[in-house]
Design a protein around this ligand. Sequence first.
Ligand SMILES: [Zn+2]
Ligand SMILES: [Zn+2]
Length: 73
Amino acid sequence: MKSFKEYYKDPMFRKKVLDYKNEKIECECGAITSRVNRYRHLKGKIHVNNMNRLEYCKCGEKIKRSQHADHCC
Ligand SMILES: [Zn+2]
Ligand SMILES: [Zn+2]
């Protein structure tokens, strides 16, 4: 078995890892973040502020206030 370090020498593998880490994901608060930054984002002010701005819809889903108009109910 190759070690992670050996794999990491492979540029293709390195690119894959980087792509994975930098892939954009949408946080539950509605902010777009990447996998590497997600942990920091979750601890940050932006996330907390965004979460405070969310509200529960009648259907039980947590949504942004601004989204309410296009939401199901
Ligand atoms: Zn967030
Ligand atoms: Zn709803």
